[in-house]
Design a protein. Structure first.
Length: 74
């Protein structure tokens, strides 16, 4: 487990999640292309993955492809 903080913007990731959630853009933005495509094919895991990703992002546990945490604030 790492304490590294991602260089990706948490606010941008949150906006992608809220407004483009069925497309999986927020996952592709942080480098998780494979799960982003799967997200796209299942329309956000039928809504379940969307909720899980929203909670993870809000509590600071959502990570990028390198395992660094995507933070909403500095």
């Amino acid at each position: 487990m790492t304490d590294a903080v991602s260089q990706k913007s948490g606010i941008a990731c949150l906006l992608f999640l809220i407004f483009l959630s069925p497309l999986g853009i927020h996952r592709m933005y942080v480098g998780k292309v494979g799960t982003g495509i799967l997200y796209l094919l299942t329309l956000g895991g039928f809504g379940i993955w969307w909720l899980v990703d929203l909670i993870l992002l809000c509590v600071g546990s959502f990570t990028d492809s390198n395992g660094a945490k995507v933070k909403l604030s500095n």
